[in-house]
Design a protein around this ligand. Sequence first.
Ligand SMILES: Cc1cc2nc3c(=O)[nH]c(=O)nc-3n(C[C@H](O)[C@H](O)[C@H](O)COP(=O)(O)OP(=O)(O)OC[C@H]3O[C@@H](n4cnc5c(N)ncnc54)[C@H](O)[C@@H]3O)c2cc1C
Length: 427
Amino acid sequence: MRIMETDIVVIGTGPGGATVARELAKRGKGVVLLEKGKARDWSVGTPLAYAAMYDIRRSKQGILVRRGITPGGSTMIYSGNAYDPPAFLKEDLGIDLDAEVLETRKELGIRPVPESFYRHHPGTRRLVEAAGEMGHAMKPQARFIDASLCDPHCDKCLFGCKKAAKWTARSYVDEAVAHGTRLVTGCDVRGIIHSRGRVEGVQAETAKDAITIRADRVVLAAGGMGTPEILHRSGIKGAGTHFFTDPMSVLVGEMKEGPGTFREITYTFADESRKGEFVFGNVGAVNAFVAQIAAKNISAFPRGARMTKLAGMFVKLCDEPSGEIRKDGSFHKAFTPRDEHLMAQGIAAAKAVMIKAGVRPDTITVAKGIGGHPGGTAAIGRVVGTDLATDIENLYICDNSVMPVSGGIPPVLTLIALAKQFARGLR
Ligand SMILES: Cc1cc2nc3c(=O)[nH]c(=O)nc-3n(C[C@H](O)[C@H](O)[C@H](O)COP(=O)(O)OP(=O)(O)OC[C@H]3O[C@@H](n4cnc5c(N)ncnc54)[C@H](O)[C@@H]3O)c2cc1C
């Protein structure tokens, strides 16, 4: 048994945990940062990343949830799209992140990839034009991407980025470490130690040993699935319900003539006009194909289709917080009737755009229900206050689990801004 002592333990290295650790370390605080996954750099930028960094779980009701278990958390495998925080944070909860969002946009150079990239993306351009002809405005998307390092033919954001063109929370982890943070990877947090309503530390395990970390404060940032699991194991009540994932459907089909979206970057354009319900946009051919494999949908995939001719689109649903992470480690997540209805509308809209763009209707395959934004399970108003404090003194939560409902949009920019504001307020 190893024993460590520190001011603050941060659990999880996604955008929530990494940002908190970096902010605190820059202020000279003693931080121990614990991460369940290992770096596995050899897999970055290759399909092996799926085996090395992804955790993919399927609910009994058929919804997949993908997350990253590695330093940097799910940002290692995210697309890198940046959205401003959902309006309810400021309007309903009084959490104003405008200053931190602006700062982060400037710091990380968040913007759409340059128009010069689209010259290389004829299939995507065709989808965008077809959408426009049907009255859908698919607009360029702001990205956490440094275009000067990015290859417009790559489309491997979801495998990790070899060229470091995509910002990931791993760079904040590195900065935290450079400022003195002690990082322990391959370290599975088993529970929060607390007594008489006050936090005392953390119990964790590595492959080699058990570790007790004594600390004055603990910040839990293990993500929308990891955080409630740790709270359950620690006997802290109230977490796990209201689980949402923003399930996505990925469509793929073969163009009659002309190029598809092979080697074109995924999610560079989207129609956000029904943001609180669903958004839809373009998907590169390889990602569209991999999604069919992940959803075990390969038998429905068009036989003999050529990868260069495939075109993909996604529909991302703003789902109801109807799922649950349970005490026995299982999870429940199904489409509600409202979710089913909206997803069907989104799929119909995306299919119509694909057909208008020249995709053969009989080849279109749909992988339905792939969630990537787990949250809601330790929400503000239920498990934490707007200051992100739990009922256990000096135990805080700062990750996507604190969002009471889905904003229906990718949350990383919101989480960075929230974590900056939270960490700067922590004395
Ligand atoms: C394929 C994909 C594409 C995405 N694309 C985008 C996008 O373009 N834009 C966007 O904004 N969002 C995107 N997302 C979502 C985004 O990446 C996540 O919502 C975000 O990273 C969540 O941050 P988090 O801090 O809550 O948790 P995470 O990033 O999941 O980090 C949690 C960390 O905690 C660790 N952990 C878990 N349990 C334990 C434990 N017991 N002990 C120690 N550590 C533990 C995990 O290993 C992980 O590193 C995408 C997600 C996926 C899967």
